[in-house]
Design a protein around this ligand. Structure first.
Ligand code: SF4
Length: 266
């Protein structure tokens, strides 16, 4: 029998306790709505729980559930320096609506200067390696700083967004970062997120109505045509399937999840 969720409060938890804790969270998630999932995650985890928002539709639903319940969850955005003005608009609208300041983590000035000296202003288009170098400086390293010291990381991932994300569950081990990853929208569709935003009058990015379903940095995001995969507008000039920036492409995480699943089924 799994230990109670509160067992993880003895953090850092031994692997077996942590894995049982995660299995329990995944068992109860299906019975809870978004509000309940976030409440449960907050109550279960000790220490800092960080939500990184890009102000996309899914993240806005999560922000609403956090802020309307006044949950003790750290809201952070990664301001890459290349975001759309519309993203800044919804950022400001969110702060105004809920009466909060959302913490921004920006790239290190020295890293950015070196990147620009190496590849120029838009050098990320020159090769996959150059693009990854840009994402590393503007996103991956700031994410590392944002999550430093956090016990848990909340994301807006949905399993049906892409083949890469198909195995996303409510809770999982992020072995590389040494924390628990919480994906409260793991079983949602995009329509679920649209309906939630409408029902709760959540501020949304104007670009969604113009065909930008997944929104990242301005030069690396385009609108998609009807019928195109949801993330087809991200880094579209690269090979099909390369629609992740490194924030969620984590082989160690996948390996840890596979190990956990194996343990659950043995
Ligand atoms: S999405 Fe584009 S502009 Fe943004 S960090 Fe990655 S390569 Fe750079």
């Amino acid at each position: 029998m799994s230990p109670p969720v509160s067992a993880l409060k003895a953090s850092p938890a031994p692997d077996a306790v942590r894995d049982a804790f995660i299995a329990r969270l995944n068992t109860i998630a299906g019975k809870l709505d978004l509000f309940g999932r976030l409440k449960e995650a907050r109550a279960a985890l000790s220490g800092r729980l960080t939500f990184t928002t890009s102000f996309g539709l899914e993240d806005q639903a999560i922000a609403h559930a956090i802020l309307s319940q006044n949950l003790d969850i750290d809201l952070v955005t990664l301001d890459t320096g290349r975001l759309f003005p519309e993203t800044h608009d919804v950022w400001a609208a969110t702060e105004q609506r809920y009466g909060v300041r959302i913490r921004a983590v920006v790239p290190e000035a020295r890293d950015l200067a070196k990147l620009l000296a190496d590849q120029g202003a838009n050098g990320f288009r020159n090769s996959v390696a150059a693009r990854q170098a840009c994402c590393h400086v503007r996103k991956v390293l700031p994410l590392k700083a944002a999550l430093d010291g956090a016990q848990g990381w909340i994301t807006g991932l949905r399993a049906d967004q892409s083949a890469h994300r198909a195995a996303v569950e409510f809770a999982a081990v992020d072995a590389e970062r040494g924390l628990v990853k919480i994906n409260p929208l793991y079983d949602w569709t995009r329509d679920d997120a649209v309906a939630f935003a409408r029902a709760h009058d959540v501020p949304v990015n104007e670009l969604h109505a113009r065909g930008f379903l997944s929104i990242g940095c301005a030069p690396c995001t385009r609108a998609i045509a009807p019928g195109e995969p949801e993330r087809a507008g991200r880094w579209w000039w690269e090979d099909e399937g390369k629609t992740e920036c490194g924030l969620h492409a984590n082989p160690l995480h996948l390996a840890a999840r596979a190990k956990l699943k194996e343990a659950q089924h043995s």
